[in-house]
Each structure stands twice: as structure tokens, then as C-alpha cells.
Design a protein around this ligand. Sequence first.
Ligand code: AMP
Ligand code: MN
Ligand code: MN
Ligand code: MN
Length: 287
Amino acid sequence: MLNIDLHCHSNVSDGVLSPADVVARAVANGVDALALTDHDDVAGIASARAAADAAGMTLIPGVEISVSWGGQTVHIVGLRIDPAHPELAAGLHGIRVGRIERAQRMAADLARSGIHGAYDGAFGYTANKEIVGRTHFARWLVAQGHTPDLRTTFKRYLTPGNPGYVEHEWTSLENAVGWIRASGGMAVIAHPGRYAFNARGLHLLLDAFRALGGTGIEVISGSHHPSEYGKFADLARAFGLKASRGADFHAPDEGSDIGCLPALPHYCRPVWHDWPELAIHLSSSMA
Ligand code: AMP
Ligand code: MN
Ligand code: MN
Ligand code: MN
């Protein structure tokens, strides 16, 4: 049984470990193949690949693209992308520029609640100055003593109806799936259990995604409660989508660790079932 984890973050986006350290952690956890899927940036893939090659682990180039669809933010993971593809690179660059402008509005909104200095404060938690997001603001708010931990921070700040939350128009579902496919990759809906759609809204999303050429949904995710795994496995099957597995790891003391979640239910068709780069692990585990 291969240990495959297809969703995690480095400090190129809102994780805390460098890409090489993310790979080292995956290796230590017994992962056979890891996708690095930073938000809206592929800048960590080269160093992650170098570390993975040195350790004999398979690195899948990935990305997690922020999308606006149906009045909500939806995340689309791209797997086996070409990080150098110009259309993908240009699209991601546009999203990063939008993040900077959003951060200014977030900081202005926090200032209206009496919290000043959040823009510079959040940037103090970024390793890559091109990606700033709510997690960086949240880490700064905790460090400033406004809240005890990240979970509480997202309850009181940075979420709809709370200080620091601003509306933002990300890219379209069509663009995200299109860029991923243009670069040779496969599109997967991240953590479908995290969205506030009702059943009909979720079905509409899955239909639209499939019509655009999307391939899979995350079934086993660090953002899903174990009681939800069966529901998303069933939905994948009903909508003709493949299934993915990923911890959505960000930091050693936050959320799920790399490669530590349960395997996919046996009746799922894994997104990786025909990936040639995994054959080496399959032959060595059969030997
Ligand atoms: P952004 O893309 O800048 O809007 O930030 C989204 C990120 O915030 C997610 O990828 C998570 O890392 C983090 N996040 C969102 N909601 C929560 C939450 N309730 N608890 C912890 N982290 C969260
Ligand atoms: Mn994140
Ligand atoms: Mn996400
Ligand atoms: Mn993620």
C-alpha cells in the first residue's frame, strides 16, 4: 500500500517549513509520493524536487488555486502541472497581485476595529513576499495577543462578518481548470467539505467542474471530519470523478501531518491510478 499525500504547503505560501523541509518531513513520515501544492505559487517546486530526488521520494508538482464560484471561494488543486507553463505562470501571478491589494483592504478593516499595523505585521510572517494571506494575518494576531491560537482567530477575525474579512474576487473556475490542463496537469477540487454550499450547490459545482475537464475531488483530507469520508467517496463515484488524498499540512503544530491520514476507501478510483512515476514504488513493493 503506497502512502501518497497530494496536498501540502510550504513557506512559499502559508506553511511554515521550507519546501526542502516539507519533503524531509514527508520522507520521515514514510510518504512514497508527495504533491507540494502551495497557494497560487509554484516557486517551491524546484527545491522540493531536488530534496525529493536526493531522498528517493517522488515529488508531484502541484498548486492550489483560489477561485470564486457560486458566491464562495473554492480551492482547485492542480497535480502533475508544468510549473514553467507560461499561461499557468501568468494566471498565478495575477492572483498574487490581487492578494497584495486584498491584504491592504484587510488591514484597513482591522484598523477600523482598532487593530493597527496588520499589513506590515502579516508580511513579517511571509517568507515569500509575493504570497500574503489570511494565515499570515492570523499568526500575527496570535503573536500580538489578540487571540490564543489560529482556530480562535478564524472564529473572531478574518471570516465573513468579522473584522479583517473583505470580499475578494479570485479567478474563475474555468480559468483555474484551464491553466492546469494547459500545463499538462489534472484538476482536483480541494476539501469539498469546507464549502458552505447546500447539496444542490455542491452538485452544481461538481457538474460545472466536470464539464470544464476537472478530474477529481479530495475524499480523504485534513479538512474533512472522518465521518465525511464516505459521503465524498460516494459523491466522487456518482459524478464520475476520481478520488484524492491529502493532509493539507501547513505546520507541525497545526492540523493534520503529512501522510498520516487513512487510505482511500477501497471502492474509490485514485487520481494516481495510472501515473507512470509511481510504477517504481509499485514494483519495489512487490519485489
Ligand atoms: P486565504 O487564501 O489567504 O484566504 O487563506 C486561506 C487559508 O487560511 C487556508 O488555506 C487555511 O490555511 C487558512 N484557514 C482558513 N480558515 C481557517 C480556520 N478556520 N482555521 C485555520 N486555518 C484556516
Ligand atoms: Mn492555507
Ligand atoms: Mn484550501
Ligand atoms: Mn491547502
